[in-house]
Design a binder for this molecule. Structure first.
Ligand SMILES: NC(=O)NCCC(=O)O
Ligand SMILES: [Zn+2]
Ligand SMILES: [Zn+2]
Length: 483
């Protein structure tokens, strides 16, 4: 089956050019002028861009006594509606559960996906079995390993476990990832706030000030440096952690930071809303910050000190959020955004002049594909790349509304945001899944994308570690012991 995208302007991370794109059997086979012969998609007035890749989702995730409400069916349908053609979800082993056993559970869930997906592996406990399984995880294409420095008593790992795990990841050619918040301090602040009667959703924000994130990000960066492993800091929300990442990168460390679309455009005032539901629906970790922190994140995307924009899509219904009435620490943490990430970032980033269209592609797709070692199969408009594409109409307008969204939840944290710039077509491996707002979903179309280890970065790091490793000094005359 042949499809031609005609009359569009191709926009990639480093190039803007007018050309047509030929797609055969899900792959881009030709880029050129006046291509013909096949089903034609009219891209007049549109940008033809790599589909978005969301590097951070939690679909049907068991968390805080419930499951996130969007599964791989509704989650990937929402993704495609907003121009995202791939998600990377987190396999979350239970306490004592083997990594590959947990991975099989995720494979069982993802069978209904509408677009391609990959997995990060989470290190939620530590032991010999985990150490062994990490190699199997890498061999099975799950080469990035997330460590939770928060959620004490549940998912959190300690520094000694993190150091051992980071060394293992480095040896296996993988990437270490962290949720950077100091879980001990969060637990203390939470207990104190509750004891003082601060039980509402605003207590969640008070319990996780920027310092807990900055401290943890800096600690993880230093531990990663000592372990000789590249580090990816998820949901970077504030200047404190951004500063640590920026400094590390200036020092030549292999560290990447990932702001979320939520943190870029929504601020902490949401938690002080008089409606409990409104505030609780926005409870996530880290919490939304103030305007200065938002400016820092935008500047990071512009200057390159921050690399990708994600969603951390982990959506809970209002009923689920109400588990935390009377105790904010029981409100399931997480917000949605899969459908909204690209249109909201375009509206607030490109239309305001904060990002160029090429930078937009870089931070929503290409940088992610490169960091996670999927480029140029994903994140590219190149001959041989998967035809995961979005035909983006910069004049198409809309308004974010829970009433029309694909997500299974009953609200949207971006409700009412005005959009200008939306998909005309979204293609997943050449199949048109969205046409001018009309969904053409196909359950089970999505395929698992395994990822190989990253030999180049890790070889460089391990070579350097070897060159600078501690060695005993060879001495000729050693004095006799002094007794
Ligand atoms: N971010 C959040 O609040 N929920 C999802 C789990 C995580 O990434 O920490
Ligand atoms: Zn997290
Ligand atoms: Zn997350």
């Amino acid at each position: 089956m042949t499809t031609i995208i005609r009359n569009g302007t191709i926009v990639t991370a480093d190039l803007t050019t007018k050309a047509d794109v030929r797609i055969e059997n899900g792959v881009i086979t030709e880029i050129g002028q006046n291509l013909t012969g096949g089903t034609e998609l009219d891209a007049t007035g549109c940008y033809v861009m790599p589909g978005g890749i969301d590097p951070h989702t939690h679909l049907e995730m068991p968390f805080m006594g419930t499951y996130s409400a969007d599964d791989f069916e509704s989650g990937t349908r929402a993704a495609l509606a907003g121009g995202t053609t791939m998600v990377v979800d987190f396999v979350l082993p239970g306490q004592g559960q083997g990594l590959m056993d947990a991975a099989q559970m995720w494979h069982n869930k993802s069978g209904r996906a509408h677009c391609d997906y990959s997995y990060h592996m989470a290190i939620t406990w530590w032991g010999e079995k985990v150490w062994e399984d990490m190699e199997a995880s890498v061999k099975a294409g799950m080469t990035s390993f997330k460590h939770f420095m928060a959620y004490k008593g549940a998912l959190m790992v300690n520094d000694d476990e993190m150091f051992q795990s980071f060394r293992r990841v480095g040896d296996l050619g993988g990437i270490a990832m962290v949720h950077a918040e100091n879980g001990d301090v969060v637990a203390e602040l939470t207990a104190r706030l509750l004891a003082e009667g601060n039980t509402g959703p605003e207590g969640h924000a008070y319990s996780r000030p920027p310092q807990v994130e900055g401290e943890a990000a800096n600690r993880a960066i230093m531990i990663a440096d000592m372990a000789g492993v590249p580090l990816y800091v998820v949901h970077t929300s504030c200047e404190d952690s951004h500063e640590a990442i920026r400094r590390a990168r200036q020092q030549g460390k292999r560290v990447w930071g990932e702001p979320l679309i939520q943190h870029l455009v929504l601020d902490e005032s949401e938690y002080f809303h008089p409606d409990w539901d409104h505030a609780a629906r926005r409870v996530m970790s880290p919490p939304f910050r103030n305007k200065q922190h938002q400016d820092s994140l935008w500047a990071g995307l512009q200057s390159g000190s921050l690399s990708c924009v994600a969603t951390d899509h982990c959506a809970f219904t209002t009923d689920q959020k109400r588990y935390g009435v009377g105790d904010f620490s029981k409100i399931p943490n997480g917000t949605g955004g899969l459908q909204d990430r690209l249109p909201v970032l375009w509206a607030q980033g490109v239309n305001t002049g904060r990002l160029t269209p090429n930078e937009f592609v870089a931070v929503t797709s290409t940088n992610i594909a490169k960091i996670l070692n999927m480029y140029p199969k994903k994140g590219a408009v190149l001959v041989g790349a998967d035809a995961d594409l979005v035909v983006w109409d910069p004049e198409k307008t809309g308004v974010v509304s829970a009433a029309t969204q694909q997500s299974a939840i009953d609200y949207n944290v971006f409700e009412g945001q005005k959009l200008k710039g939306m998909p005309r077509y979204t293609l997943t491996r050449g199949r048109v899944a969205v046409e001018d707002g009309a969904m053409k979903p196909q359950e089970g179309w999505g395929q698992f994308t395994p990822r190989a280890p990253r030999p180049a970065v890790n070889r460089a790091l391990s070579q350097w570690k070897e060159l600078t490793a501690p060695r005993p000094v060879k001495r000729s005359g050693i004095p006799a012991t002094g007794v």
